[in-house]
Design a protein around this ligand. Structure first.
Ligand code: SRM
Ligand code: SF4
Length: 573
Protein backbone atom coordinates (compact mmCIF):
# COMPACT_ATOMS: atom_id res chain seq x y z
CA UNK A 1 0.00 0.00 0.00
CA UNK A 2 1.49 3.37 -0.92
CA UNK A 3 1.98 5.96 1.82
CA UNK A 4 -0.32 9.01 1.64
CA UNK A 5 1.52 12.33 1.70
CA UNK A 6 0.11 15.80 2.08
CA UNK A 7 1.20 18.19 -0.64
CA UNK A 8 2.42 21.70 0.21
CA UNK A 9 -0.57 24.12 0.54
CA UNK A 10 0.69 26.10 -2.48
CA UNK A 11 0.05 23.04 -4.66
CA UNK A 12 -3.66 23.15 -3.85
CA UNK A 13 -3.72 26.91 -4.43
CA UNK A 14 -2.26 26.50 -7.90
CA UNK A 15 -4.55 23.61 -8.74
CA UNK A 16 -7.67 25.51 -7.67
CA UNK A 17 -6.52 28.73 -9.35
CA UNK A 18 -7.88 27.85 -12.81
CA UNK A 19 -4.55 28.50 -14.47
CA UNK A 20 -3.48 31.39 -12.24
CA UNK A 21 -6.74 33.35 -12.24
CA UNK A 22 -7.71 32.60 -8.65
CA UNK A 23 -10.09 35.24 -7.37
CA UNK A 24 -7.74 38.05 -8.34
CA UNK A 25 -10.45 40.08 -10.06
CA UNK A 26 -12.56 39.96 -6.88
CA UNK A 27 -9.53 40.72 -4.69
CA UNK A 28 -8.73 43.80 -6.76
CA UNK A 29 -12.31 44.99 -6.52
CA UNK A 30 -12.47 44.79 -2.70
CA UNK A 31 -12.39 48.46 -1.62
CA UNK A 32 -12.37 47.67 2.14
CA UNK A 33 -8.69 46.73 2.21
CA UNK A 34 -5.46 47.65 0.44
CA UNK A 35 -4.54 43.96 0.48
CA UNK A 36 -5.21 40.98 -1.74
CA UNK A 37 -7.11 37.95 -0.41
CA UNK A 38 -4.91 35.44 1.38
CA UNK A 39 -5.82 32.72 -1.13
CA UNK A 40 -4.61 34.91 -4.02
CA UNK A 41 -1.24 35.97 -2.60
CA UNK A 42 0.72 33.07 -4.04
CA UNK A 43 -1.12 33.17 -7.36
CA UNK A 44 -0.43 36.90 -7.69
CA UNK A 45 3.32 36.21 -7.76
CA UNK A 46 2.98 34.40 -11.09
CA UNK A 47 1.83 37.75 -12.49
CA UNK A 48 5.13 39.33 -11.42
CA UNK A 49 3.76 40.99 -8.30
CA UNK A 50 4.27 40.65 -4.55
CA UNK A 51 2.20 42.19 -1.83
CA UNK A 52 4.43 44.01 0.65
CA UNK A 53 4.10 46.48 3.48
CA UNK A 54 6.46 49.23 4.54
CA UNK A 55 8.45 47.71 7.40
CA UNK A 56 9.65 51.11 8.59
CA UNK A 57 6.02 51.94 9.34
CA UNK A 58 4.84 48.55 10.64
CA UNK A 59 5.10 49.15 14.39
CA UNK A 60 3.67 52.64 14.25
CA UNK A 61 0.63 51.47 12.29
CA UNK A 62 0.16 48.51 14.62
CA UNK A 63 0.10 50.89 17.59
CA UNK A 64 -2.57 52.94 15.82
CA UNK A 65 -4.62 49.79 15.07
CA UNK A 66 -4.26 50.45 11.34
CA UNK A 67 -3.77 47.70 8.78
CA UNK A 68 -0.19 47.54 7.48
CA UNK A 69 0.71 50.08 4.77
CA UNK A 70 0.16 47.62 1.93
CA UNK A 71 1.66 48.22 -1.46
CA UNK A 72 2.95 46.03 -4.25
CA UNK A 73 6.29 45.33 -5.87
CA UNK A 74 6.01 44.73 -9.61
CA UNK A 75 8.81 43.00 -11.50
CA UNK A 76 8.94 43.22 -15.28
CA UNK A 77 9.94 40.37 -17.59
CA UNK A 78 12.76 41.60 -19.77
CA UNK A 79 14.92 38.84 -21.27
CA UNK A 80 18.60 39.82 -21.31
CA UNK A 81 17.67 43.18 -19.74
CA UNK A 82 17.36 44.88 -23.15
CA UNK A 83 14.86 47.72 -23.54
CA UNK A 84 14.19 50.52 -25.97
CA UNK A 85 14.35 54.20 -24.94
CA UNK A 86 10.57 54.31 -25.36
CA UNK A 87 10.18 51.44 -22.90
CA UNK A 88 12.59 53.15 -20.50
CA UNK A 89 10.50 56.32 -20.59
CA UNK A 90 7.36 54.30 -19.87
CA UNK A 91 9.05 52.63 -16.87
CA UNK A 92 10.14 56.06 -15.66
CA UNK A 93 6.57 57.41 -16.03
CA UNK A 94 5.15 54.48 -14.07
CA UNK A 95 7.66 54.92 -11.26
CA UNK A 96 6.70 58.58 -10.96
CA UNK A 97 2.96 58.17 -11.33
CA UNK A 98 2.29 54.90 -9.52
CA UNK A 99 5.50 53.84 -7.79
CA UNK A 100 7.75 55.36 -5.16
CA UNK A 101 9.53 57.60 -7.67
CA UNK A 102 12.47 55.24 -8.00
CA UNK A 103 13.30 52.41 -10.39
CA UNK A 104 15.09 49.35 -9.12
CA UNK A 105 17.36 47.41 -11.48
CA UNK A 106 17.54 43.84 -10.21
CA UNK A 107 20.33 41.29 -10.00
CA UNK A 108 18.47 39.39 -12.73
CA UNK A 109 18.44 42.22 -15.28
CA UNK A 110 15.02 43.71 -14.99
CA UNK A 111 13.01 46.58 -13.50
CA UNK A 112 11.13 46.54 -10.24
CA UNK A 113 8.63 49.12 -9.09
CA UNK A 114 8.02 49.45 -5.38
CA UNK A 115 5.14 51.11 -3.54
CA UNK A 116 2.34 50.56 -6.07
CA UNK A 117 -1.01 50.56 -4.27
CA UNK A 118 -3.73 48.07 -5.17
CA UNK A 119 -5.81 50.53 -7.18
CA UNK A 120 -2.79 51.35 -9.32
CA UNK A 121 -1.91 47.78 -10.24
CA UNK A 122 -4.09 47.61 -13.35
CA UNK A 123 -3.05 51.02 -14.74
CA UNK A 124 0.58 50.02 -14.19
CA UNK A 125 0.22 46.73 -16.08
CA UNK A 126 -1.66 48.51 -18.84
CA UNK A 127 0.99 51.17 -19.20
CA UNK A 128 3.66 48.45 -19.36
CA UNK A 129 1.62 46.62 -21.98
CA UNK A 130 1.39 49.78 -24.11
CA UNK A 131 5.16 49.52 -24.68
CA UNK A 132 5.16 45.71 -24.97
CA UNK A 133 6.54 44.96 -21.53
CA UNK A 134 4.83 42.38 -19.34
CA UNK A 135 5.36 40.82 -15.93
CA UNK A 136 3.96 37.36 -16.54
CA UNK A 137 6.17 34.72 -14.92
CA UNK A 138 8.58 37.33 -13.55
CA UNK A 139 7.94 35.65 -10.16
CA UNK A 140 6.16 32.43 -9.10
CA UNK A 141 6.63 28.70 -9.66
CA UNK A 142 7.56 29.00 -13.32
CA UNK A 143 10.56 29.81 -15.47
CA UNK A 144 11.40 33.44 -14.72
CA UNK A 145 13.13 36.24 -16.60
CA UNK A 146 15.85 34.70 -18.76
CA UNK A 147 19.16 36.42 -18.20
CA UNK A 148 21.77 36.90 -20.92
CA UNK A 149 25.12 38.63 -21.17
CA UNK A 150 24.08 42.13 -22.28
CA UNK A 151 27.19 42.61 -24.38
CA UNK A 152 26.49 44.45 -27.62
CA UNK A 153 30.17 44.94 -28.36
CA UNK A 154 31.99 41.90 -29.63
CA UNK A 155 30.13 40.59 -32.65
CA UNK A 156 26.87 40.02 -34.45
CA UNK A 157 26.84 36.55 -32.82
CA UNK A 158 26.18 38.19 -29.44
CA UNK A 159 22.91 39.49 -30.87
CA UNK A 160 22.10 35.97 -32.07
CA UNK A 161 22.74 34.59 -28.57
CA UNK A 162 20.48 37.25 -27.07
CA UNK A 163 17.74 36.23 -29.51
CA UNK A 164 18.02 32.67 -28.16
CA UNK A 165 17.52 34.00 -24.63
CA UNK A 166 14.33 35.71 -25.82
CA UNK A 167 13.17 32.53 -27.55
CA UNK A 168 13.78 30.42 -24.42
CA UNK A 169 11.85 32.97 -22.37
CA UNK A 170 8.91 32.86 -24.81
CA UNK A 171 9.00 29.09 -25.16
CA UNK A 172 8.81 28.51 -21.42
CA UNK A 173 6.08 31.06 -20.72
CA UNK A 174 2.88 29.73 -19.17
CA UNK A 175 0.13 29.45 -21.78
CA UNK A 176 -2.66 30.77 -19.56
CA UNK A 177 -4.69 33.77 -20.64
CA UNK A 178 -5.03 34.83 -16.99
CA UNK A 179 -2.62 37.79 -17.25
CA UNK A 180 -4.56 39.35 -20.13
CA UNK A 181 -7.90 38.76 -18.39
CA UNK A 182 -6.94 40.10 -14.96
CA UNK A 183 -4.88 43.13 -15.94
CA UNK A 184 -5.54 44.03 -19.55
CA UNK A 185 -9.30 43.48 -19.84
CA UNK A 186 -8.46 40.75 -22.34
CA UNK A 187 -11.18 38.61 -23.80
CA UNK A 188 -11.96 35.60 -21.61
CA UNK A 189 -11.11 32.13 -22.81
CA UNK A 190 -12.75 28.90 -21.66
CA UNK A 191 -10.59 27.62 -18.79
CA UNK A 192 -12.01 24.12 -19.23
CA UNK A 193 -10.42 23.80 -22.66
CA UNK A 194 -7.33 25.93 -21.98
CA UNK A 195 -4.15 23.84 -21.79
CA UNK A 196 -0.78 24.31 -20.11
CA UNK A 197 1.17 22.00 -22.40
CA UNK A 198 4.56 22.39 -20.70
CA UNK A 199 3.61 23.06 -17.09
CA UNK A 200 0.36 21.22 -16.48
CA UNK A 201 -2.22 22.57 -14.03
CA UNK A 202 0.09 22.92 -11.01
CA UNK A 203 3.07 24.52 -12.75
CA UNK A 204 6.46 23.84 -11.12
CA UNK A 205 7.10 22.90 -7.50
CA UNK A 206 9.11 26.09 -7.02
CA UNK A 207 10.68 29.08 -8.83
CA UNK A 208 12.96 28.23 -11.75
CA UNK A 209 15.69 30.38 -13.27
CA UNK A 210 17.45 30.25 -16.62
CA UNK A 211 20.51 32.14 -17.82
CA UNK A 212 22.62 32.36 -20.96
CA UNK A 213 26.32 33.22 -20.61
CA UNK A 214 28.72 34.37 -23.29
CA UNK A 215 32.34 33.58 -22.39
CA UNK A 216 34.68 35.01 -21.35
CA UNK A 217 32.13 36.86 -19.17
CA UNK A 218 30.19 35.09 -16.47
CA UNK A 219 28.34 38.24 -15.42
CA UNK A 220 25.12 36.21 -15.26
CA UNK A 221 26.69 33.94 -12.59
CA UNK A 222 25.69 30.82 -14.46
CA UNK A 223 26.50 28.44 -11.60
CA UNK A 224 23.86 30.08 -9.38
CA UNK A 225 20.89 29.13 -11.57
CA UNK A 226 18.59 26.18 -12.15
CA UNK A 227 19.39 25.97 -15.85
CA UNK A 228 22.14 27.59 -17.89
CA UNK A 229 23.40 27.76 -21.44
CA UNK A 230 26.99 28.79 -22.20
CA UNK A 231 27.29 30.05 -25.78
CA UNK A 232 30.08 28.33 -27.69
CA UNK A 233 31.30 30.64 -30.42
CA UNK A 234 33.99 29.34 -32.78
CA UNK A 235 35.37 31.24 -35.80
CA UNK A 236 32.71 33.90 -35.33
CA UNK A 237 29.88 31.36 -35.49
CA UNK A 238 27.49 30.19 -32.78
CA UNK A 239 28.07 26.44 -32.63
CA UNK A 240 25.70 25.79 -29.76
CA UNK A 241 25.52 25.83 -25.98
CA UNK A 242 27.08 23.98 -23.08
CA UNK A 243 24.29 23.09 -20.68
CA UNK A 244 24.31 23.51 -16.88
CA UNK A 245 21.73 22.40 -14.33
CA UNK A 246 21.01 22.51 -10.63
CA UNK A 247 22.47 25.76 -9.30
CA UNK A 248 20.79 27.77 -6.56
CA UNK A 249 21.76 29.95 -3.63
CA UNK A 250 18.90 30.07 -1.12
CA UNK A 251 19.49 28.58 2.33
CA UNK A 252 18.25 29.20 5.85
CA UNK A 253 20.42 30.09 8.83
CA UNK A 254 20.94 27.08 11.05
CA UNK A 255 19.07 24.66 8.77
CA UNK A 256 21.63 22.18 7.42
CA UNK A 257 19.03 20.59 5.11
CA UNK A 258 19.12 23.73 2.98
CA UNK A 259 22.21 24.66 1.01
CA UNK A 260 23.54 26.65 -1.90
CA UNK A 261 24.67 24.54 -4.82
CA UNK A 262 26.80 25.27 -7.89
CA UNK A 263 25.31 24.07 -11.16
CA UNK A 264 26.76 21.02 -12.94
CA UNK A 265 27.98 21.15 -16.52
CA UNK A 266 26.23 18.25 -18.28
CA UNK A 267 26.96 18.53 -22.00
CA UNK A 268 26.45 20.47 -25.21
CA UNK A 269 23.55 21.02 -27.58
CA UNK A 270 23.23 22.73 -30.95
CA UNK A 271 21.15 25.92 -31.37
CA UNK A 272 18.30 24.04 -33.02
CA UNK A 273 18.11 21.71 -30.00
CA UNK A 274 18.16 24.39 -27.31
CA UNK A 275 14.41 24.97 -26.94
CA UNK A 276 13.69 21.26 -26.72
CA UNK A 277 16.55 20.75 -24.24
CA UNK A 278 15.34 23.62 -22.05
CA UNK A 279 11.80 22.24 -22.08
CA UNK A 280 12.80 18.67 -21.23
CA UNK A 281 15.06 19.80 -18.39
CA UNK A 282 12.23 21.87 -16.94
CA UNK A 283 9.76 18.98 -17.20
CA UNK A 284 12.08 16.73 -15.17
CA UNK A 285 11.88 19.25 -12.35
CA UNK A 286 8.13 19.50 -12.91
CA UNK A 287 7.77 15.74 -12.47
CA UNK A 288 10.40 14.99 -9.82
CA UNK A 289 10.65 18.22 -7.79
CA UNK A 290 9.44 18.01 -4.19
CA UNK A 291 5.80 19.09 -4.00
CA UNK A 292 5.47 18.19 -0.33
CA UNK A 293 8.20 20.24 1.29
CA UNK A 294 8.47 23.66 -0.37
CA UNK A 295 11.68 24.37 1.53
CA UNK A 296 13.40 21.61 -0.43
CA UNK A 297 11.54 22.01 -3.69
CA UNK A 298 14.13 23.82 -5.82
CA UNK A 299 15.69 21.95 -8.72
CA UNK A 300 19.08 21.80 -6.96
CA UNK A 301 17.56 19.52 -4.30
CA UNK A 302 15.99 17.29 -6.96
CA UNK A 303 19.42 16.83 -8.52
CA UNK A 304 21.19 16.45 -5.19
CA UNK A 305 18.63 13.79 -4.19
CA UNK A 306 18.62 11.68 -7.37
CA UNK A 307 22.21 12.33 -8.51
CA UNK A 308 23.52 13.95 -11.66
CA UNK A 309 24.00 10.66 -13.54
CA UNK A 310 20.33 9.77 -12.99
CA UNK A 311 19.42 13.22 -14.25
CA UNK A 312 21.51 12.95 -17.42
CA UNK A 313 19.95 9.58 -18.26
CA UNK A 314 16.44 10.89 -17.64
CA UNK A 315 17.14 13.88 -19.90
CA UNK A 316 18.61 11.78 -22.69
CA UNK A 317 15.63 9.41 -22.49
CA UNK A 318 13.18 12.30 -22.76
CA UNK A 319 15.12 13.86 -25.64
CA UNK A 320 15.58 10.58 -27.50
CA UNK A 321 19.26 11.44 -28.06
CA UNK A 322 22.32 12.12 -25.90
CA UNK A 323 23.71 15.57 -25.30
CA UNK A 324 27.18 15.90 -26.83
CA UNK A 325 30.26 16.30 -24.61
CA UNK A 326 30.66 19.83 -23.24
CA UNK A 327 32.96 22.03 -25.36
CA UNK A 328 35.93 23.98 -23.92
CA UNK A 329 35.29 27.55 -22.76
CA UNK A 330 36.93 30.08 -20.46
CA UNK A 331 35.42 32.61 -18.07
CA UNK A 332 37.51 35.47 -16.69
CA UNK A 333 35.15 37.53 -14.52
CA UNK A 334 31.62 37.86 -13.16
CA UNK A 335 31.74 41.68 -13.01
CA UNK A 336 30.72 44.30 -15.57
CA UNK A 337 33.06 46.07 -17.97
CA UNK A 338 32.72 49.74 -17.13
CA UNK A 339 33.31 52.80 -19.25
CA UNK A 340 33.17 53.44 -22.98
CA UNK A 341 33.80 50.60 -25.41
CA UNK A 342 33.74 50.71 -29.21
CA UNK A 343 31.82 47.81 -30.73
CA UNK A 344 32.71 45.63 -33.72
CA UNK A 345 30.57 47.86 -35.97
CA UNK A 346 32.01 51.21 -34.84
CA UNK A 347 29.10 52.05 -32.52
CA UNK A 348 29.75 53.03 -28.90
CA UNK A 349 28.51 51.60 -25.61
CA UNK A 350 28.92 52.95 -22.12
CA UNK A 351 28.46 50.85 -18.98
CA UNK A 352 27.29 53.17 -16.18
CA UNK A 353 27.64 52.41 -12.49
CA UNK A 354 24.29 52.47 -10.65
CA UNK A 355 24.92 51.82 -6.98
CA UNK A 356 22.88 48.75 -5.98
CA UNK A 357 20.63 49.27 -8.99
CA UNK A 358 18.56 52.06 -7.40
CA UNK A 359 17.71 54.79 -9.87
CA UNK A 360 16.50 57.93 -8.12
CA UNK A 361 17.19 61.60 -7.72
CA UNK A 362 18.57 62.83 -4.41
CA UNK A 363 21.71 62.60 -2.25
CA UNK A 364 23.39 64.97 -4.71
CA UNK A 365 22.62 62.74 -7.71
CA UNK A 366 20.19 63.07 -10.58
CA UNK A 367 20.21 59.51 -11.87
CA UNK A 368 16.52 59.32 -12.64
CA UNK A 369 16.34 62.66 -14.43
CA UNK A 370 19.64 62.06 -16.20
CA UNK A 371 18.63 58.67 -17.60
CA UNK A 372 15.23 60.08 -18.60
CA UNK A 373 16.97 62.84 -20.58
CA UNK A 374 19.28 60.25 -22.18
CA UNK A 375 16.29 58.08 -23.15
CA UNK A 376 14.57 61.08 -24.76
CA UNK A 377 17.38 61.51 -27.30
CA UNK A 378 19.04 58.09 -27.47
CA UNK A 379 18.58 56.15 -30.72
CA UNK A 380 20.07 52.82 -29.62
CA UNK A 381 18.94 50.69 -26.69
CA UNK A 382 19.47 50.41 -22.92
CA UNK A 383 20.66 47.21 -21.29
CA UNK A 384 20.36 46.24 -17.64
CA UNK A 385 23.38 44.22 -16.54
CA UNK A 386 23.35 41.26 -14.12
CA UNK A 387 25.30 43.46 -11.70
CA UNK A 388 22.45 45.98 -11.41
CA UNK A 389 24.02 48.51 -13.77
CA UNK A 390 22.97 50.00 -17.09
CA UNK A 391 24.62 50.09 -20.52
CA UNK A 392 23.64 52.89 -22.87
CA UNK A 393 24.20 50.80 -25.97
CA UNK A 394 24.50 51.28 -29.72
CA UNK A 395 25.42 54.96 -29.84
CA UNK A 396 26.40 56.20 -33.30
CA UNK A 397 29.82 57.98 -33.23
CA UNK A 398 28.21 61.32 -34.09
CA UNK A 399 25.77 60.99 -31.13
CA UNK A 400 28.41 60.22 -28.50
CA UNK A 401 29.14 63.90 -27.62
CA UNK A 402 25.45 64.50 -26.82
CA UNK A 403 25.30 61.45 -24.51
CA UNK A 404 28.58 62.49 -22.86
CA UNK A 405 27.23 65.98 -22.28
CA UNK A 406 24.11 64.58 -20.58
CA UNK A 407 26.22 62.27 -18.44
CA UNK A 408 28.31 65.24 -17.37
CA UNK A 409 25.26 67.44 -16.71
CA UNK A 410 23.46 64.86 -14.54
CA UNK A 411 26.44 63.21 -12.90
CA UNK A 412 25.97 59.79 -14.53
CA UNK A 413 29.16 57.85 -13.73
CA UNK A 414 30.70 55.32 -16.07
CA UNK A 415 32.33 53.40 -13.22
CA UNK A 416 35.91 54.17 -14.24
CA UNK A 417 36.17 56.98 -11.71
CA UNK A 418 34.41 55.03 -8.98
CA UNK A 419 36.67 53.07 -6.63
CA UNK A 420 37.35 49.47 -7.67
CA UNK A 421 35.65 48.06 -4.58
CA UNK A 422 32.50 50.17 -5.00
CA UNK A 423 32.04 49.36 -8.67
CA UNK A 424 32.34 45.67 -7.71
CA UNK A 425 29.76 45.94 -4.93
CA UNK A 426 26.17 44.78 -5.04
CA UNK A 427 23.33 44.60 -2.51
CA UNK A 428 19.83 43.14 -2.50
CA UNK A 429 16.82 45.33 -1.67
CA UNK A 430 16.10 44.20 1.94
CA UNK A 431 14.48 46.89 4.14
CA UNK A 432 11.99 48.51 4.02
CA UNK A 433 10.08 46.53 1.37
CA UNK A 434 11.37 42.95 1.60
CA UNK A 435 9.29 40.93 4.02
CA UNK A 436 12.12 38.44 4.59
CA UNK A 437 14.94 40.88 5.44
CA UNK A 438 16.73 40.32 8.73
CA UNK A 439 19.23 43.17 8.29
CA UNK A 440 19.73 46.21 6.08
CA UNK A 441 21.42 45.72 2.71
CA UNK A 442 20.84 48.27 -0.08
CA UNK A 443 20.50 51.14 2.42
CA UNK A 444 23.61 50.14 4.36
CA UNK A 445 26.24 48.77 1.96
CA UNK A 446 27.24 52.16 0.45
CA UNK A 447 28.35 53.54 3.83
CA UNK A 448 30.23 50.34 4.70
CA UNK A 449 31.98 50.48 1.31
CA UNK A 450 33.11 54.05 2.06
CA UNK A 451 34.92 52.73 5.15
CA UNK A 452 36.35 49.74 3.29
CA UNK A 453 37.60 52.09 0.55
CA UNK A 454 39.63 53.98 3.15
CA UNK A 455 41.14 50.77 4.49
CA UNK A 456 42.12 49.62 1.00
CA UNK A 457 43.83 52.95 0.34
CA UNK A 458 45.76 52.63 3.62
CA UNK A 459 47.01 49.19 2.52
CA UNK A 460 47.80 50.33 -1.03
CA UNK A 461 45.08 48.04 -2.41
CA UNK A 462 42.76 50.69 -3.90
CA UNK A 463 43.00 49.25 -7.43
CA UNK A 464 42.10 45.67 -6.45
CA UNK A 465 38.93 44.40 -8.15
CA UNK A 466 37.48 42.76 -5.04
CA UNK A 467 33.80 41.84 -5.25
CA UNK A 468 31.78 42.73 -2.14
CA UNK A 469 28.13 41.72 -1.98
CA UNK A 470 25.52 42.01 0.74
CA UNK A 471 22.13 40.45 1.44
CA UNK A 472 19.62 41.12 4.17
CA UNK A 473 19.04 37.36 4.67
CA UNK A 474 20.42 34.04 3.39
CA UNK A 475 18.05 33.74 0.42
CA UNK A 476 20.74 34.68 -2.06
CA UNK A 477 19.19 37.61 -3.94
CA UNK A 478 22.47 39.57 -3.95
CA UNK A 479 24.45 36.39 -4.84
CA UNK A 480 26.70 37.20 -1.86
CA UNK A 481 28.26 33.72 -1.60
CA UNK A 482 29.68 34.30 -5.08
CA UNK A 483 31.51 37.45 -3.95
CA UNK A 484 35.08 37.41 -2.69
CA UNK A 485 33.73 39.14 0.43
CA UNK A 486 30.08 38.39 1.17
CA UNK A 487 27.80 39.61 3.96
CA UNK A 488 24.55 37.88 4.85
CA UNK A 489 22.18 39.50 7.33
CA UNK A 490 21.61 37.67 10.62
CA UNK A 491 19.72 40.33 12.60
CA UNK A 492 19.58 44.13 12.87
CA UNK A 493 23.15 45.40 12.31
CA UNK A 494 24.59 41.86 12.36
CA UNK A 495 26.00 39.85 9.47
CA UNK A 496 27.67 36.55 8.69
CA UNK A 497 30.85 37.17 6.75
CA UNK A 498 31.89 34.90 3.86
CA UNK A 499 35.26 34.83 2.11
CA UNK A 500 36.98 33.17 -0.80
CA UNK A 501 34.75 33.01 -3.89
CA UNK A 502 36.38 32.64 -7.28
CA UNK A 503 36.93 35.74 -9.45
CA UNK A 504 34.58 34.46 -12.16
CA UNK A 505 31.89 32.92 -10.01
CA UNK A 506 33.18 29.34 -10.17
CA UNK A 507 33.51 28.80 -6.41
CA UNK A 508 31.46 29.78 -3.39
CA UNK A 509 32.82 31.73 -0.47
CA UNK A 510 32.97 29.96 2.88
CA UNK A 511 31.51 31.18 6.13
CA UNK A 512 34.29 32.98 8.01
CA UNK A 513 32.61 34.71 10.96
CA UNK A 514 29.07 34.73 12.28
CA UNK A 515 26.84 37.45 13.63
CA UNK A 516 29.31 40.34 13.59
CA UNK A 517 28.65 44.08 13.61
CA UNK A 518 30.29 46.88 11.68
CA UNK A 519 33.15 47.40 14.14
CA UNK A 520 34.03 43.70 14.00
CA UNK A 521 33.71 43.62 10.21
CA UNK A 522 36.11 46.53 9.83
CA UNK A 523 38.60 45.15 12.35
CA UNK A 524 38.65 41.79 10.54
CA UNK A 525 39.00 43.37 7.12
CA UNK A 526 41.84 45.57 8.27
CA UNK A 527 43.80 42.52 9.39
CA UNK A 528 42.96 40.56 6.22
CA UNK A 529 43.89 43.43 3.91
CA UNK A 530 47.19 43.85 5.82
CA UNK A 531 48.06 40.20 5.25
CA UNK A 532 46.89 40.34 1.63
CA UNK A 533 49.12 43.35 0.89
CA UNK A 534 52.14 41.69 2.53
CA UNK A 535 51.75 38.03 1.52
CA UNK A 536 49.92 37.90 -1.81
CA UNK A 537 51.48 36.49 -4.93
CA UNK A 538 51.59 38.65 -8.08
CA UNK A 539 48.10 39.19 -9.52
CA UNK A 540 46.57 36.83 -6.98
CA UNK A 541 42.88 37.69 -6.40
CA UNK A 542 41.79 38.27 -2.79
CA UNK A 543 39.37 35.31 -2.99
CA UNK A 544 42.21 32.94 -3.93
CA UNK A 545 44.59 34.44 -1.35
CA UNK A 546 42.34 33.77 1.65
CA UNK A 547 42.27 30.12 0.66
CA UNK A 548 45.99 29.75 -0.04
CA UNK A 549 46.76 31.50 3.26
CA UNK A 550 44.51 29.01 5.11
CA UNK A 551 42.09 31.70 6.30
CA UNK A 552 39.14 29.75 4.90
CA UNK A 553 38.96 26.35 3.25
CA UNK A 554 38.36 26.04 -0.45
CA UNK A 555 34.79 25.14 -1.11
CA UNK A 556 35.21 22.36 -3.63
CA UNK A 557 32.85 22.43 -6.56
CA UNK A 558 30.43 20.98 -7.57
CA UNK A 559 29.59 19.45 -4.20
CA UNK A 560 26.73 21.07 -2.32
CA UNK A 561 27.83 23.91 -0.13
CA UNK A 562 26.98 23.10 3.42
CA UNK A 563 25.39 25.89 5.34
CA UNK A 564 27.30 25.08 8.49
CA UNK A 565 30.75 25.17 6.92
CA UNK A 566 33.06 27.34 8.97
CA UNK A 567 36.57 28.70 8.56
CA UNK A 568 38.90 25.82 7.71
CA UNK A 569 36.59 23.00 8.89
CA UNK A 570 35.33 21.70 5.58
CA UNK A 571 32.21 19.61 5.86
CA UNK A 572 31.82 17.28 2.90
CA UNK A 573 28.22 16.81 1.88
FE1 SRM B 1 15.14 37.06 -4.54
C1 SRM B 1 12.61 36.22 -2.46
C2 SRM B 1 14.28 40.29 -4.33
C3 SRM B 1 17.24 37.75 -7.08
C4 SRM B 1 16.63 34.03 -4.09
N1 SRM B 1 13.65 38.07 -3.60
C5 SRM B 1 12.68 37.53 -2.83
C6 SRM B 1 11.63 38.57 -2.45
C7 SRM B 1 10.53 38.51 -3.47
C8 SRM B 1 11.10 38.50 -1.00
C9 SRM B 1 9.84 37.73 -0.73
O1 SRM B 1 9.75 36.53 -1.10
O2 SRM B 1 8.96 38.29 -0.10
C10 SRM B 1 12.48 39.86 -2.60
C11 SRM B 1 11.72 41.14 -2.91
C12 SRM B 1 12.44 42.31 -2.30
C13 SRM B 1 11.91 43.62 -2.75
O3 SRM B 1 11.34 44.34 -1.91
O4 SRM B 1 12.07 43.99 -3.90
C14 SRM B 1 13.53 39.41 -3.60
N2 SRM B 1 15.57 38.70 -5.60
C15 SRM B 1 15.17 39.96 -5.31
C16 SRM B 1 15.87 40.98 -6.17
C17 SRM B 1 15.00 42.18 -6.53
C18 SRM B 1 17.16 41.42 -5.47
C19 SRM B 1 17.84 42.64 -6.02
O5 SRM B 1 18.25 43.42 -5.20
O6 SRM B 1 17.97 42.79 -7.22
C20 SRM B 1 16.27 40.08 -7.35
C21 SRM B 1 15.20 40.02 -8.40
C22 SRM B 1 15.59 39.16 -9.52
C23 SRM B 1 14.68 39.21 -10.72
O7 SRM B 1 14.70 40.20 -11.42
O8 SRM B 1 14.01 38.19 -10.95
C24 SRM B 1 16.38 38.72 -6.66
N3 SRM B 1 16.62 36.04 -5.49
C25 SRM B 1 17.45 36.55 -6.44
C26 SRM B 1 18.57 35.69 -6.62
C27 SRM B 1 19.76 35.95 -7.51
C28 SRM B 1 19.63 35.36 -8.85
O9 SRM B 1 18.64 34.66 -9.14
O10 SRM B 1 20.53 35.57 -9.64
C29 SRM B 1 18.41 34.61 -5.76
C30 SRM B 1 19.40 33.44 -5.54
C31 SRM B 1 19.41 32.44 -6.63
C32 SRM B 1 18.40 31.38 -6.39
O11 SRM B 1 17.24 31.58 -6.72
O12 SRM B 1 18.76 30.35 -5.81
C33 SRM B 1 17.17 34.85 -5.05
N4 SRM B 1 14.68 35.39 -3.51
C34 SRM B 1 15.45 34.27 -3.41
C35 SRM B 1 14.85 33.36 -2.46
C36 SRM B 1 15.42 31.99 -2.04
C37 SRM B 1 14.97 30.89 -2.91
C38 SRM B 1 15.40 29.53 -2.42
O13 SRM B 1 15.70 28.69 -3.23
O14 SRM B 1 15.45 29.29 -1.23
C39 SRM B 1 13.68 33.99 -1.98
C40 SRM B 1 12.68 33.44 -0.95
C41 SRM B 1 11.80 32.36 -1.50
O15 SRM B 1 11.72 32.11 -2.69
O16 SRM B 1 11.16 31.74 -0.67
C42 SRM B 1 13.61 35.27 -2.64
FE1 SF4 C 1 14.98 40.09 0.82
FE2 SF4 C 1 16.68 38.26 1.67
FE3 SF4 C 1 16.30 38.58 -0.92
FE4 SF4 C 1 17.59 40.42 0.41
S1 SF4 C 1 18.28 38.29 0.15
S2 SF4 C 1 15.93 40.80 -1.05
S3 SF4 C 1 16.60 40.39 2.36
S4 SF4 C 1 14.79 37.87 0.50
Amino acid sequence: MSEKVELAPTEGLKERSRHLRGTLVESLGDAITGAIREEDLHILKHHGTYQQDDRDMRNERRKQFLEPAYSFMIRARMPGGVCTPQQWLAMDDIAQEFGNNTLRLTTRQTFQFHGVIKDHLRPTFQHMHSVLVDAIAACGDVNRNVMCNPNPVESQVHEEVYQWAVKISEHLLPNTNAYAEVWLDGEKVDVETEKEPIYGDTYLPRKYKTVVAVPPYNDVDIYAHDMGFIAIIEDGELKGFNVTVGGGLGMSHGDPETFARLADLIGFCTPDQVLEVSEKILTIQRDYGDRVNRRLARFKYTIAKHGIEWFKKELNDRLGYDLQAARPFEFISNSDRYGWVEGYDGRWHVNLFIENGRIKDGDGLQLMTGLREVAKVHKGDLRITPNQNIIIANIAPQDRPQIEALMEQYGLLDGTTTSAVRRNSMACVAFPTCSLAMAESERYLPSLVSKVEQQLVEHGLQDEEITVRMQGCPNGCGRAVLAQIGFIGKGPGKYNMYLGAGRWGQRFSALYLENIDEAEILAELDGLFGRFAAERQPAEPFGDFVIRAGIVAENSEPAAFHNEMKRVDVVEV
